[in-house]
Ligand binder design. Structure first.
Ligand code: WTA
Length: 623
């Protein structure tokens, strides 16, 4: 599709960056100066000695600097009018509304940080946060960050095994959860999942439980604590810990090509700068904005763009507890109208599914408050892009398609509102970011040719490492192509105008409704079932979800496949990883294509499944 949508003059006039090409050229001519100037927009206890200490493959930003992201997210607003302004408006599925000014949020964060301290947690300790989309999820994250406790947020849709792996690997001393939460007409229990996950984990000293659903839970006196009881007696003052810029802020687990999710570690200082500026510039954030991001803080989008960046930018963020089509597919549009949302950030999956319900739902609401729309998590097809632009944005709002990853911490390839847009393209790299599309030798490919998306230079919000697995850090990201650049795992093309078109993952990582899942992770859940000998999982293109999950399963000798067994296997995956990982299709097979060294060749299965050419099979064991 060759459409170009030009920016409206009033949008350009109101943009932080009016001339992308100029700013981009300047930023690449002197990236150190560019990032330093942005860092100066934030407050630091002590200025850095060096902007970047780059020792391949590790980049350490703002070394010698002292800061705390909470100082920028909350403390510094306490001296300004922002203190009285709403930081969050939260609406529950049942219509309950909770609001926090920056001042009130700060008090809650201080109370919670004091609870952690009273339980003996200190700088460098780790905490797991397994909470649904309620304000306490954010308060808990900020409370940890404030005193230098490293948080690991686990998405509340994950189940027992997934949670347990993250608690064990992340060495959490404490888990913060809720009794349960409403999900459409059900109640999802979280506390019982935590109980199961930590059954054999003496490392977890306490479980703090927020009351949300009011469901019955097993309460273990001594170990379990009610959030409201422990916070209410605490002081609303708590000093913010002065951290080194290179200290870890959080670990967030994400799926890769092995069964075990990787703990991506982000820093206090570099992450702060990258997250702060990318949302500000891509969404033109200004103090009067009401910003609505539909992600969950359990994912990187939520960390950077629901919690840290919006607060650093002093905007009001709206959060809806539930899903887009509950109680009806007009829910988001109704909320945008009710709260006069100006900036709206969501995922292609949601856009595609809401598009299916027809134009009437958005048309029923006054969406004229909207100024900018955003998309993240997977490639957005031009049809969905245009529908979003026309039916939601009334052709007035730029659609900002932001490409980034858990590892990058900040948006990397994304338009600014002042640039001409091509529906389906994520535009070009953000200022200060040098990207390219290369072949397997690291050589740039010609325009309109598919290749590997790489990032050539370190960037401030780059992850520090893979927790307890530096080898993985090197191998999976920095040694895949031989030119010492960051390998993203995505394939993409650049067109003749230099616009990037992201095609999707080139490894065994799936994107199902924007959720990142590893084939190996799903396979290991299947294989743990007593009937299964071997399993291979692939992603198949899906009109709404982006990808659907198909599993090929070899059963143990003597076991016969049946529909009932398929159902059982689906349940097993749900129980272990979570409902988001439920296979859509399961085929029982006798053999799987493997290399001579025994590795399953999933790409052969995928090609066969999609009726595409199988490609090079020289390493296939059984031709
Ligand atoms: C995909 C999400 C196309 C991509 C922030 C990447 C996208 C993976 C886009 C990271 C986009 C993210 N267009 N694909 N705008 N944004 N992706 O770690 O495959 O959950 O590698 O971070 O999502 O997923 P993650």
């Amino acid at each position: 599709m060759n459409i170009m949508i030009l920016p409206k003059p009033e949008i350009v006039a109101g943009s932080f960056v009016k001339d992308y090409e100029k700013i981009y050229a300047e930023s690449c001519a002197n990236p150190g100066l560019f990032w330093e100037n942005i860092a100066k927009e934030l407050s630091w206890y002590k200025t850095w000695d060096r902007v970047l200490d780059w020792q391949y493959p590790y980049g350490r930003w703002f070394t010698g600097g002292k800061c705390n992201i909470v100082q920028n997210a909350l403390d510094r607003h306490m001296q300004t009018a922002t203190k009285e302004k709403l930081a969050y408006i939260w609406e529950g599925q049942d219509g309950t509304v909770r609001q926090f000014t920056y001042g009130q949020l700060n008090e809650e964060v201080c109370r919670f940080a004091n609870v952690l301290k009273s339980l003996g947690l200190k700088r460098g300790d780790h905490a797991s946060i397994y909470l649904p989309r309620i304000p306490e999820q954010i308060i808990a994250m900020l409370g940890c960050a404030k005193i230098g406790v490293v948080h690991t947020v686990v998405f509340s849709g994950f189940s027992i095994e997934a949670l347990k792996n993250r608690i064990v690997d992340g060495e959490a001393k404490i888990v913060i959860t809720a009794d349960g939460y409403p999900y459409k007409d059900k109640t999802i229990e979280c506390k019982s999942t935590v109980d199961e996950a930590i059954k054999e984990l003496p490392q977890v000293e306490h479980v703090i439980v927020v009351k949300r659903a009011g469901n019955n839970i097993v309460f273990n006196p001594g170990k379990d604590l009610w959030w409201d009881e422990v916070t209410k007696t605490q002081s609303t003052d708590c000093p913010t810990e002065q951290m080194d810029a290179t200290d870890p802020l959080f670990i967030l687990y994400t799926s890769g090509t092995t069964g075990k999710p990787k703990g991506i570690i982000h820093s206090q200082g570099g992450y702060m700068v990258g997250a702060y500026i990318t949302l500000k510039w891509t969404f033109n954030l200004t103090p009067d904005d009401v910003y609505f991001c539909t992600a969950d803080a359990g994912w990187i989008t939520g960390h950077s763009f629901i919690v840290y960046s919006p607060l650093m930018n002093g905007v009001t963020t709206f959060i809806y507890e539930s899903v887009p089509d509950y109680p009806n597919p007009g829910k988001w549009w109704q909320l945008i109208e009710k709260y006069k949302v100006t900036k709206f950030y969501t995922a292609p999956t949601a856009i595609r599914s809401l598009m299916r319900y027809g134009d009437n739902w958005p048309r029923m609401h006054n969406l004229s408050s909207l100024k900018i729309l955003g998309s993240v998590g997977e490639p957005i097809n031009p049809e969905a892009w245009l529908w979003f632009h026309e039916k939601v944005g009334n052709s007035n709002c730029p659609v900002i398609d932001t490409w980034w990853q858990t590892e990058t911490g900040m948006a990397m390839i994304a338009p600014l509102p002042s640039v001409p847009l091509k529906p389906g393209s994520a535009f070009k790299p953000f200022p200060g970011i040098e990207a390219d599309i290369v072949d397997d030798k690291g050589i740039p490919v010609p325009p309109n040719t598919q290749g590997f998306l790489v990032i050539n230079k370190p960037w401030p919000a780059m992850f520090l490492d893979v927790y307890k697995n530096p080898q993985k850090y090197r191998e999976a990201y920095w040694e895949v192509v031989p030119t010492k650049v960051y390998f993203t795992g995505d394939s993409a093309k650049k067109d003749e105008d230099g616009y990037y078109w992201i095609i999707g993952r080139n490894d065994d990582v799936l994107k199902v409704s924007g959720h990142r899942l590893g084939s190996a992770e799903l396979e290991s859940a299947l294989v743990s079932h007593h009937a299964v000998a071997e399993a291979a999982v692939i992603g198949k293109p899906h009109e709404i979800k982006g990808e659907s999950i198909k599993a090929f399963v070899i059963l143990k000798q003597g076991v016969t496949g049946s529909d009932q067994l398929k159902e059982e296997l689906k349940q097993e995956v749900r129980k272990q990883i979570g409902p988001i990982a439920t296979p859509d299709e399961i085929d029982f097979v006798d053999k799987l294509p493997k290399t001579r060294s025994g590795k399953i060749m999933r790409r052969v299965l995928k090609a066969q499944e999609l009726g595409q050419p199988v490609g090079d099979t020289s390493t296939l064991e059984n031709q």
